[in-house]
Every structure is written in C-alpha cells, then in structure tokens.
Write a protein that binds this ligand. Structure first.
Ligand SMILES: [Zn+2]
Length: 261
C-alpha cells in the first residue's frame, strides 16, 4: 500500500526554495555570493546538515518567502484532503495495475503551487506543488503517485517510461474518466515507442482497443507481430515485466514501422 504523509515547515520550505532556485534571480545571486558552499550543498541535497543555517534564516525574512509559505500551507490542506478522499481508490488501482501489493511510505513536502515543482528527493521523500492542481485535484494525485513510484523503481529511462504509463497515462485516465492521459517527458518519448507494444500486452488490451489507442498515442506498429507475447505479459507482475523489458527491449527485431506525429 502507498501511504503519503504531508509536511511543510519554514525550514524545509526554505531548503526546497534554495535547492530548486525558485526565487527572484537577483536574490538567488545575492544568496549565492554570501553562502556559496551552503547553496551548492542544498542543491545537491535539500536536507543536508552540512550547511550554515543563516542561509535559511536570511531567506525566511524575505517577503516572497512568506507568500510562498502561506501558499504552501493552503496547498497542503487541499492536497492532503484530496489524497485522503482518494487513497483507497488509488491503492486499488495500483494493486490491479502492478499485479502485486507494494509497501511504500512516503513523505510529501508540499510547496506553493506557484513553484511548479515535482521532484523525488530520495529517502522516500518528494516535493510537490503545481498550479495545474488548482484546477483539477487529479493532477496533484497523479503526480504525487508518480513521484512516489520513483522510490519503488530504480532510476532509468525504462522505469521512468513505465511510471509515466502507470500514473501520467493510466491513473490520469482512470481518475479523470477520460480516454487520454497527460503528456510525458520529452526524454522518455523514445523509450515509450519501444515499450508500447509490450505495455499494451501487459495491460492485456484487446487488439481493437490497441488500434484505437494508437490514434491517441500516434505510435503505430503491426499488432499481430507481438501477439505471441500476450499470454506471458498479460499475467506477469510489474517486477517481472521490468525484467522482461530489460532483457528484450533491445533485442527485439522491429520489423514494423513506428511513427510519432
Ligand atoms: Zn518522474
């Protein structure tokens, strides 16, 4: 089960603001000049102890910081209540799509939506706060699950594309009750093309549904040529699927055509 605890306090927010440089450039330059090694350290590790705490205090005295803090507190109330309302539904979705029960306890450091941040910072923690969540809480939910899953999978383009398929696409479709999900990162596009035939079979989508889905993804391939993988892929769990892709995605002879609009 995925569990998320929500947290924000002035020190962690100050650390996040510095580690992500979400502040007026002139002020960032001034902090950089005054506390260069602490600034660099926070950029490497937002929760490092090896810093001069004055850098946090100085940032906290700024008007823009106070505004961020008030916005972060409001945002926390909003996303925490959305999570509580939907977490059972989301956990059921995850268990179904992963074909296994996971145990993941995350801490979400919520920031101002104006900071437009989503980042897994290791140790089962992530930073989250985005404007788009203000219009649709499902946006917050999808990306908080996305950031959480980075703590479940190892970090590479293959698992990143799988996380995007699980959350940005399938969870978004499920929560929004829509046919298309959110867009994914540019750097995973190529990986998405390569795993698409296998992902469709992992989900055990009927051939007709795959053809319909191609109109949305603009990825085309000869569906028949991959059918021989269906019985194995449609019953394995997500860990076995990742292993399968690691071993096969580079070896498969793609005597098919791919196109992305
Ligand atoms: Zn990601």
């Amino acid at each position: 089960m995925l569990d998320i605890k929500f947290q924000i306090d002035k020190d962690s927010l100050a650390r996040i603001v510095i580690s992500t440089s979400r502040m007026p450039t002139e002020y960032a330059d001034c902090l950089w000049d005054k506390y260069r090694s602490s600034y660099q350290q926070l950029q490497r590790d937002a929760f490092s102890n090896k810093i001069d705490n004055e850098i946090l205090k100085e940032l906290q005295s700024q008007a823009f910081f106070e505004k961020y803090y008030i916005e972060a507190k409001d945002n926390l109330k909003r996303v925490e209540s959305a999570w509580k309302e939907n977490k059972d539904k989301i956990n059921k979705f995850l268990k179904d799509i992963l074909r296994k029960e996971i145990s993941l306890k995350m801490t979400a450091y919520i920031c101002s939506p104006n900071m437009k941040m989503g980042k897994n910072i290791k140790n089962n923690c992530f930073i989250w706060g985005h404007m788009d969540g203000l219009d649709n809480e499902n946006y917050d939910l999808v990306y908080m699950v996305h950031e959480s899953l980075h703590s479940y999978f190892e970090w590479n383009n293959l698992t990143h594309a799988i996380i995007e398929n699980i959350t940005d696409v399938e969870l978004a479709k499920y929560l929004n009750n829509s046919k298309s999900g959110y867009v994914y990162h540019d750097f995973t596009q190529d990986m998405h093309v390569r795993i698409y035939p296998f992902w469709n079979l992992y989900l055990n989508k009927p051939v007709e549904d795959i053809k319909e889905d191609m109109k949305i993804t603009h990825i085309k391939y000869d569906v028949k040529k991959f059918e021989r993988y269906r019985s194995a892929l449609s019953t394995m769990n997500i860990d076995a699927f990742v292993e399968f892709l690691k071993n096969n995605v580079d070896n498969v002879k793609y005597d098919v055509m791919y196109k992305i609009k």
